[in-house]
Design a protein around this ligand. Structure first.
Ligand code: VGL
Ligand code: ZN
Length: 208
């Protein structure tokens, strides 16, 4: 039981990350009923959207590469993703089953053509802020719970930045799914989060 104010961060439950989407995460839609049931238990709820312009630096097509190759651009390792979550497109919309009624704030990230942003706090240059921490600090929220897509990219990066910024971070594992690129990445990133002191739990273990 926590006395601190808490926030649920719902990561990228968008059409392109769900089955049938451009960068589909296996069973990505299966988490939606769990997320919908949990949302009312938190003081604040933030939902994020991956939001890229056509020709984005993370798109394989921009570099005439094959999807899922890894390139180093300006010293930053970049997976070449299929075109996904193009701003304003159907693929970038929230999945229709995600209940947005409890969502207090929507954060969009990856909007800069030349910087990818997995984390919902800091873009991949690790300098450019999204502003989310100002919102959370403004409400004196310290206790963050993460769910959504994908465990090993946007959830992982957000969690690691949250810890670095001084928040308490928990991952609701049964309300996340991963891309697992390269193979084994979900296990590896979960291990790194545990090593940083992140709590990994399932939704029925929440005591809010
Ligand atoms: C994501 C790959 C590319 C994510 C976003 O939401 O985890 N993954 N863009
Ligand atoms: Zn993306």
């Amino acid at each position: 039981m926590t006395q601190e104010k808490n926030c649920l961060i719902i990561t990228d439950i968008q059409n392109d990350f769900c089955p049938g989407g451009a960068l589909a995460v296996s069973e990505g839609d299966k988490i939606i009923p769990i997320v919908n049931r949990m949302a009312s238990k938190f003081d604040k709820v933030v939902a994020t959207q991956d939001w890229h312009s056509p020709g984005h630096i993370s798109f394989a097509s921009t570099h005439r590469k094959q999807p899922y190759e890894i390139m180093t651009i300006d010293g930053i390792q970049q997976v070449m993703w299929p075109d996904h979550c193009v701003a304003g497109s159907f693929g970038a919309d929230f999945h229709r089953d995600l209940d947005l009624r409890e969502v207090d704030l929507i954060i969009r990230k990856g909007n800069d053509l030349n910087i990818d942003s997995y984390s919902t706090f800091l873009e991949n240059d690790k300098k450019t802020l999204t502003g989310l921490h100002f919102y959370l600090q403004g409400f004196e929220i310290k206790d963050l719970y993460f769910c959504g897509l994908a465990t090993d990219y946007c959830v992982f990066s957000s969690v690691m930045d949250a810890v670095e910024m001084g928040f308490h971070a928990s991952v609701i594992l049964d309300a996340c799914r991963g891309v697992d690129v390269p193979a084994g990445n979900v296990t590896a990133t979960l291990q790194r989060m545990k090593e940083r002191g992140v709590r990994i739990l399932n939704h029925n273990e929440l005591s809010l």
